[in-house]
Design a protein around this ligand. Structure first.
Ligand code: AMP
Length: 548
């Protein structure tokens, strides 16, 4: 079926004037280095993401502005101003200093979306350390591999992760401190653990932010490839220019917006767009600790009067599946702009949301390595449902052949980007050769296949490698195969992505058994459980077939 272009620019319907009201004009006048003029920087050419996100607003008299509107799984609500966020992150930066943690050290978080997580990330950045938020549902193998590779010195985590941490710890020789957070409670500590509350209570609330250079590492996010374990993409403080500019032009953030990004900071969207883009733009960010539920999500939008909403195709497909009647029970009139990222957004979803929510989802494209949005559907441009949109100003994508030559419009090829934008990853941690292998003929090769139409809109075709995209999360088959063959019954394992109407792909494994083992439903269940425990439910296979 052909989907009509949503031709009428949304500009007229906007409740505020869009920051990007004329794509061609803004693109022509845009130079990434100029973005720093809209931020502050620090003396001597230094730049620190946490300053630009939090303390800059205080310096400009906006300390009382609401920063985090937090809603816990149990429905409890807490509000934190930019001044609160500054104080808490200062305290955590002081805690790191007291623990002897120095500039450049890796400080990882492994917990749910509680306010302490956000304070820890910004405090880590203020101290000049490298932050690495891990998805709390990772199993001990998935989390442990990442922590070991990063050589993390500090782990901020919660009591419910203790069993996993105990399994990982013997393989983490660099880990010096485990700080335990239990939101709203004082946890009973176990030997070798430190209390977040006690450390924070003793820490000063002022802090002189470390003068990080724009090229100092700031954030590490692990991402999966076809082979080998996941790789840590290293981002630097200069990335903040990308977070700010895309927050302004793609998310269309205005100072009075109530913004909700549904991604977890364990994935790059949850930090770049759950933390850095909204806070450089000084908006109020809703943090909902709970998971997906159609009625709960509509309720969050209604109660917090969310204006700008950034979510993912799997969630949108689940909302569609839940039906058109549920949203009618909620007042969603506060919403003025909705966006999606992480997987292909079906054109049906764009048409559905326009019909049911009154707003079409604007798809955009980027990846862990790019650090910020590269291609997007903008408020001022007609949406072509099914397309990822047009390049962000300052970004030059191309569709290239295997020799790195540009292909003409309409032809499929590798989606590549001209390197040099501020939020681009600077290396894979401990894996410079893998990093180098991603470049050809002056292009960064994204690993995606796509095409550009005659009007300059980019269309996603698929991955050029074996990486599986399940519910917007990349899974490397090797990581899952490695876990499976650790089971005593498994001789060999092969893992693929199987098409799925909701999650786009699910992880499916094919397994041959060692002599003496027979295929059975019981063994299948045991293998599924085995993987879930090691890798976590988001990475483990959903289906297993036995083959001879
Ligand atoms: P990650 O690095 O985990 O954020 O995953 C990035 C990958 O997700 C991209 O390389 C694409 O394969 C996929 N992806 C992200 N956004 C989109 C989109 N809008 N349409 C299609 N695929 C997407």
């Amino acid at each position: 079926m052909d989907y009509p272009i949503i031709a009428k620019p949304l500009v007229d319907e906007f409740k505020v004037r869009p920051n990007l009201d004329d794509y061609d004009r803004i693109r022509a006048g845009f130079h990434y280095p100029d973005v720093i003029k809209e931020l502050d920087g620090l003396p001597g050419g230094a730049l620190n993401i946490a300053y630009e996100c939090i303390d800059r607003h205080i310096a400009h008299g906006r300390g009382d502005k609401l920063c985090w509107l937090w809603e816990g799984k149990d429905g409890s609500e807490e509000r934190y101003t930019y001044a609160d966020a500054s104080r808490m992150s200062n305290q955590f930066a002081n805690v790191l200093g007291k623990l002897g943690i120095a500039k450049g050290d890796r400080v990882f978080c492994f917990m749910d979306r509680v306010p302490e997580l956000y304070a820890a990330v910004f405090g880590t950045l203020k101290a000049g350390c490298v932050t690495g938020p891990l998805f709390s549902a990772f199993g001990p193998d998935a989390a442990g591999d990442r922590l070991a590779d990063a050589g993390a010195k500090v782990l901020v985590t919660s009591p419910d992760q203790r069993a996993k941490v105990a399994q990982m710890k013997p393989n983490l020789p660099d880990l010096k401190h485990i700080i335990i957070v239990e939101h709203g409670k004082e946890p009973v500590l176990e030997p070798g653990e430190l209390s977040w509350n006690a450390l924070m209570k003793d820490a000063a609330t002022t802090y002189d932010i470390v003068r990080t250079s724009p090229e100092d590492p700031a954030v590490m996010h692990y991402t999966s490839g076809t082979t080998g374990k996941s790789k840590g993409a290293v981002h630097v403080h200069q990335a903040v220019l990308g977070h700010y500019a895309t927050g302004k032009y793609v998310l269309d953030l205005h100072p009075d917006d109530i913004y909700w990004c549904t991604a977890d900071p364990g994935w790059v969207t949850g930090t770049s767009y759950g933390m850095f883009a909204p806070h450089t733009n000084g908006v109020t960010s809703v943090i909902y600790e709970g998971g997906f539920s159609a009625s709960k999500w509509y309720d969050v939008i209604q109660r917090h009067k969310v204006t700008v909403w950034y979510t993912a195709p799997t969630a949108i497909r689940l909302l569609m599946k839940a039906g058109d009647e549920i949203p009618k029970k909620y007042d969603l009139s506060s919403l003025r702009y909705t966006m999606s990222v992480g997987e292909p957004l079906n054109p049906e979803a764009v048409v559905w949301s326009e019909r049911v929510l009154g707003l079409p989802f604007h798809d955009n494209w980027w990846q862990t390595e790019t650090g910020s949005i590269m291609i997007a559907n903008y408020p001022a441009l007609p949406i072509r449902p099914g397309s990822m949109g047009k390049p962000m100003p300052g970004i030059e994508p191309g569709i290239i052949d295997e020799d790195g030559n540009l292909k003409p419009p309409g032809e499929e090829g590798d989606l590549a980007l001209r390197p040099g934008w501020p939020s681009m990853f600077r290396t894979y941690w401990n894996n410079e050769s893998m990093y180098r292998s991603k470049f050809k003929n002056g292009w960064y090769i994204t690993g995606d296949r796509g095409r550009m139409d005659a009007d300059g809109y980019f269309w996603f075709v698929g991955r050029s490698d074996d990486v599986i995209n399940t519910a917007g999360h990349l899974v490397g088959p090797f990581e899952v195969e490695s876990a499976l063959i650790e089971h005593p019954a498994v001789a060999e394992a092969g893992v693929i992505g199987k098409p799925d109407p909701v999650a786009m792909e699910i992880v499916k494994a094919f397994v041959t058994l060692k002599d003496g083992y027979e295929p059975s439903d019981k063994l299948r269940g045991e293998l599924l459980q085995f993987c879930r425990k090691k890798l976590g439910p988001g990475v483990a296979p959903r289906e297993i077939d036995f083959i001879a």
